[in-house]
Write a protein that binds this ligand. Structure first.
Ligand SMILES: Cc1cc2nc3c(=O)[nH]c(=O)nc-3n(C[C@H](O)[C@H](O)[C@H](O)COP(=O)(O)O)c2cc1C
Length: 299
């Protein structure tokens, strides 16, 4: 990666959608929309609701399936000099593994991000990402069939995020990314109806940043693989906070909907911050957050 700033899955399509608006070559990496073995239809509308400081979405992981990704979407991206990380989804561990197996060796795929927020149909719909044993099962199944870096993406809808991260690392994860969206809902008081057809949706945007930052920091303390910070990063300052908490890379998600150039602004702003504070490399600030009692000391 040229820089540690990626665009988050589901907020940047497959890159093509943004290619007339920004120079894709400038990005650290593109993480593509969640892709399953067969095409998924997704949920009926309405699928998006704006909230104070964020948005709720219930897209339902609509996608065209892995074949279309391999034959059309990835080849189109080959003309750019940017790593592509494919975000994968499934309803059984075998399904995840089959998507990963098909992606192994495909030119232009640099890594696999495993979205474990999907419901496990075999286990009665419990999300893989809320049970450490099920998360480990998916990660191990994917690990077995690919030489690509495997990056499980954790759901924040758990009591103990560290348990989930450790289970994934023990099962062979090369890195961990977090967070996915926080489960929420929205009601229209005037019409007395839920705003989303699915009733519940995933909250993202600035509202989730403090939760994401806390979870990233906790996971960084607990595992010895790189952590990718995601959640409410709208500006370079937000990104810096995640680096200070120990993230080695970050992803920009909802911000892309507000400003298609958000990730590029973050990249420029991080460089400016490093220069302003006299740091030669981003590594110098990773995990460098200080305790409030040490504030102002040792500068
Ligand atoms: C419309 C929308 C679609 C998303 N689709 C996916 C997806 O397919 N796979 C995934 O792992 N995360 C998906 N996410 C979650 C984001 O990648 C990200 O983890 C989350 O939104 C938090 O980051 P943010 O606050 O910067 O948006 C989606 C988010 C949004 C808003």
């Amino acid at each position: 990666m040229k820089n540690p700033v990626m665009v988050a899955s589901g907020t940047f399509g497959f890159g093509k959608e943004y290619s007339d608006l920004i120079d894709l070559n400038m990005l650290g990496a593109i993480v593509t929309k969640g892709t399953s073995l067969e095409p998924w239809e997704g949920n009926p509308p309405d699928r998006i609701a704006e909230t104070p400081a964020g948005m709720l979405n219930a897209i339902g992981l609509q996608n065209d399936g892995v074949e279309s990704l391999i034959t059309e979407k990835i080849p189109w991206l080959l003309k750019f000099d940017v790593p592509v990380i494919v975000n994968i989804v499934g309803t059984t561990a075998d399904e995840y593994a089959e998507v990963a197996r098909r992606l192994d060796g495909v030119e232009g795929v640099a890594g696999i991000e495993v979205n474990i927020s999907c419901p496990n149909v075999k286990e009665g719909g419990i999300a893989f990402g809320t049970d450490p044993a099920m998360a480990a099962e998916v990660v191990a199944a994917v690990r077995k069939v690919t030489r690509l870096p495997v990056i499980p993406k954790l759901s924040p809808n758990v009591t103990d995020i560290v348990l989930m991260a450790q289970a994934c690392v023990d099962a062979g994860a090369d890195a961990i990314s977090l967070i996915n969206t926080l489960l929420g809902t929205a009601i229209d008081a005037e019409t007395r109806t839920f705003k989303l057809a699915n009733i519940t949706g995933g909250l993202s945007g600035p509202a989730v940043k403090p939760v994401a930052l806390r979870m990233v920091w906790q996971v960084v303390q607990a595992v010895d693989v790189p952590v990718v910070g995601i959640g409410g990063i709208m500006t370079a300052e937000d990104a810096i906070e995640f680096f200070l908490a120990g993230a080695e890379a970050i992803q920009v998600g909802t911000a892309n909907f507000v400003n298609p150039g958000a990730a590029l602004d973050v990249i420029a702003g991080v460089d400016a911050y490093l220069e302003r504070h006299g740091f030669a490399h981003i590594r110098e600030i990773v995990g460098a957050v200080r305790s409030p009692v040490d504030k102002g000391k040792g500068d």
